[in-house]
Ligand binder design. Structure first.
Ligand SMILES: Nc1nc2c(ncn2[C@@H]2O[C@H](COP(=O)(O)OP(=O)(O)OP(=O)(O)O)[C@@H](O)[C@H]2O)c(=O)[nH]1
Ligand SMILES: [Mg+2]
Ligand SMILES: [Zn+2]
Length: 275
């Protein structure tokens, strides 16, 4: 039989095969081959003994969260509690670009901002839109609901950002667990503990646990640079400029002029130097 892994809890793999759910185990073979089954994997399985036999080739795979065969990434970005972090947003955009997953920025908790702060966010909203990204608010359910048809969408973003809350709003019968924010720490409490694929809104949606680290291993500095889409708009006098210490770098000039957001440039430098 064939199906798709929709949930993994320790060594138990939940497989959906044409709407029927099978709980399967994996065999030692996978561990020896260094293949770890992931949520999103299409697999062949032994219906009688409930063993996963084979993992079909993946279209792509993300490591944090662990999920495969993804088309679109909803970057759930909290504006307050936890506070807006351009660094986290730019890192997640870079990850999506590198893995060739279409990013969608979805802001949450705008209701907790005052008018001045709301205005400030508009600046970012405009900038990211100009780069070609879709930017939404979690209040616009009408628009959001229409974005999943025929696609597999992973929800990503830090703990407490409102991923599970938003997915619950897409289907009132779901009742995914949502958590309070620790006021002392200003962040979530890692309420969602496993990756789970759900069939919703004519597509597939993956809820994931909030993470604390993003890594860029396996990618070159040039690939990271090229994921900052605005850089290619302003040709540098240097061929293959990294836009760091090069004196006549055009990118640095555009940052000074305000054509490139300084937060974008700072986050780029941080990603490159931390790598
Ligand atoms: N004020 C306000 N609170 C929100 C909004 N969206 C979510 N919340 C609250 O934020 C808290 C955390 O929401 P969750 O949905 O559990 O967050 P999560 O991203 O799934 O977090 P993890 O599962 O820990 O990764 C809950 O108390 C929600 O009620 C929003 O738009 N405004
Ligand atoms: Mg959650
Ligand atoms: Zn340059």
């Amino acid at each position: 039989m064939e199906g798709q892994i929709i949930k993994i809890l320790s060594n138990l793999y939940t497989v959906n095969s044409n709407g029927t759910i099978y709980e399967c185990h994996s065999r030692g073979k996978f561990r020896n081959d260094k293949i770890t089954p992931m949520v999103g994997d299409y697999v062949k399985f032994d219906e009688k003994n409930r063993y996963i036999l084979e993992i079909k080739p993946r279209k792509n795979e993300l490591y944090r969260p662990l999920v495969s065969n993804v088309d679109q990434g909803f970057i759930i970005t909290s504006l307050r509690h936890p506070d807006f972090s351009t660094n986290l947003l730019d890192k997640l955009l870079t990850i999506m670009e590198l893995y060739k997953i279409k990013p969608v920025i979805c802001f949450t908790k705008k209701d907790l901002l005052n008018n001045k702060e709301k205005k400030e966010i508009k600046k970012y909203e405009k900038y990211y839109r100009k780069l070609g990204y879709k930017v939404l608010y979690n209040t616009n359910m009408f628009k959001i609901k229409r974005m999943f048809k025929g696609l597999t969408t992973v929800f990503t973003g830090q703990s407490g950002a409102g991923k599970s809350t938003l997915i619950n709003k897409l289907d009132k019968t779901l009742n995914l667990e949502v958590g309070e924010i620790s006021i002392a720490l200003g962040r979530g409490k890692h309420t969602t503990r496993f990756v789970q694929l759900l069939e919703l809104c004519g597509g597939k949606i993956v809820d994931t646990p909030g993470f604390s680290m993003i890594e860029f291993t396996g990618f070159t500095k040039e690939q990271i640079r090229d994921s900052f889409k605005e850089f290619s708009k302003y040709p540098c006098p240097y061929k293959d400029c990294m836009h760091l210490d090069e004196k006549e770098c055009r990118i640095k000039k555009e940052v000074e002029k305000g054509n490139i957001l300084s937060s974008r440039y700072d986050n780029y430098k941080k990603i490159i130097t931390d790598k």
